[in-house]
Design a protein around this ligand. Structure first.
Ligand SMILES: Cc1cc2nc3c(=O)[nH]c(=O)nc-3n(C[C@H](O)[C@H](O)[C@H](O)COP(=O)(O)OP(=O)(O)OC[C@H]3O[C@@H](n4cnc5c(N)ncnc54)[C@H](O)[C@@H]3O)c2cc1C
Length: 401
């Protein structure tokens, strides 16, 4: 295959606009096709962009717009009741906690400001490849053609089964996630701090924004994956009642915060994509959550998606033809993302612990956590995770990591 000149980017979340920027820097034109009708539609809650994600944005020249346009605070909670979500690097690079919708909007706006076209309301339904051309078909009946297609369409990817019809489905992580935003509730925590509570029956996290708004999320253990129909019919009132019961006996502000949340609660089962055997076929590849979704507990999904974007841009810039570029990309990325997914799965099993496992966890946590935090923050694992840096100017080679 010859060097690609045009790319179809499917999905306008985080990986999509980021890879479009990397492709532009590599001299490849692309258009981003996003299923939703508007940017940042339907994405609640907040996330932490770790230092490695910030460094990847910096490689795209997009750190400032993406973090300052929407940033609520930096530095992240160093004492998560207490575990660090990220670390501050020696050069001062720090992670950010921000609303997911703000990050999406900022990355989208940054891509658009560079002249990248983002088309909304384009849900990919099929792909055909013939004569060196990839043709994408969308639910609205339109089509688009390019030299390569990059699936950035998230954990429930439509591109993934087109690349490999035998691809595994996302795995249920045994947890239900809910979250909300509250004003006017006093908590015993200062602005810019992030607290986590391994409760008796469920896990709770909250963060205080500089303007006093409290952002919270809850992870509720649910061993059996709920079926979509019955799950969707559970209303806000029922969730509120259930959460009140789950957190009622825990110390901390969980029950008060949930009670004071006035907006609707949207619950979603937590899924991961632990190991996808095939990432690419012919002119198509998946990146970001579509290829490898760690559980949200890792605080790494968004950062990994941006790293993918930078590295794929480099591989396409430096290696001849998409086959070699995609193969090099996979070889470079797989060990790192799979290691992070495994680490996050261990955190999940702690969150979902019940009965004797919970008692052991609660006995061990206060003893182990300070060691663990220091180990992560100061040791090799922390540097490997958070200090990861992709140098855009160094030529891509399959022996980088
Ligand atoms: C509750 C929660 C908390 C999280 N917390 C963190 C955190 O603290 N830190 C962190 O780093 N990560 C976190 N994550 C994970 C992070 O949000 C994802 O890893 C990241 O968004 C992945 O980016 P992506 O671009 O691959 O996929 P997404 O952001 O999911 O974007 C995929 C896009 O593709 C679009 N799409 C889907 N299907 C199609 C189709 N057929 N055609 C066209 N477009 C389509 C979607 O509408 C969407 O816009 C969290 C996730 C959740 C659910």
């Amino acid at each position: 295959m010859t060097d690609p000149r045009t790319a179809l980017v499917v999905g306008g979340g985080i990986a999509g606009p980021a890879v479009a920027m990397a492709l532009q820097m590599a001299g490849i034109d692309s258009v981003v096709y996003e299923a939703h009708a508007a940017p940042a539609e339907g994405i609640g809650t907040f996330l932490t962009l770790a230092t490695n994600g910030v460094a990847a944005l910096r490689a795209l020249g997009a750190e400032e717009p993406a973090t300052t346009a929407s940033v609520l605070w930096s530095g992240t909670g160093k004492r998560l009741g207490a575990a660090a979500m990220s670390m501050t690097l020696e050069d001062g690079t720090t992670g950010y906690t921000l609303k997911r919708a703000d990050l999406y909007q900022a990355i989208h706006d940054q891509a658009v400001s560079r002249g990248i076209r983002v088309e909304h309301g384009k849900r990919l339904v099929a792909v055909e490849t013939a004569g060196g051309v990839v043709r994408a078909r969308f639910a609205d009946g339109t089509e688009a053609a390019g030299d390569i297609l990059i699936g950035c369409d998230g954990i429930y990817s439509a591109v993934r089964p087109i690349i490999d019809p035998g691809a595994p489905a996302p795995a249920y992580a045994g947890l239900i996630n809910l979250g909300g935003y509250v004003r006017g509730v006093r908590v015993d925590a200062g602005p810019g701090t992030y607290h986590m509570i391994f409760g008796k029956r469920a896990f709770f996290g909250y963060a205080v924004a500089p303007d006093g708004e409290v952002w919270w999320f809850a992870n509720v253990p649910e061993p059996h994956e709920p079926d979509r129909g019955s799950f969707a019919s559970i209303g806000t009132g029922q969730w509120r009642q259930r959460l009140a019961g789950l957190f009622g006996e825990d110390a901390g502000p969980a029950a008060r915060l949930i009670q004071a949340t006035s907006h609707d609660l949207a619950a979603s089962p937590v899924h991961t994509m632990p190991r996808l055997p095939t990432w690419h076929a012919g002119p198509m590849i998946v990146i970001g959550d579509a290829a490898h979704a760690p559980s949200p507990s890792s605080g790494q999904g968004a950062s990994l998606a941006i790293e993918d974007a930078v590295l794929l841009g480099k591989c396409l810039r430096d290696l001849p033809g998409p086959d070699r570029a995609f193969a090099a990309f996979e070889q470079l990325r797989r060990p790192r993302v799979e290691r992070i997914i495994k680490q996050a799965a261990r955190v999940n099993s702690n969150k979902a612990a019940t009965g004797a496992a919970r008692i052991i966890r609660d006995m061990m946590m206060p003893v182990m956590l300070p060691f663990f935090v220091r180990f992560i923050a100061n040791g090799k694992p922390g540097r490997r995770l958070y200090g990861y840096h992709i140098d855009w100017d160094t030529p891509a080679s399959p022996i980088q990591e």
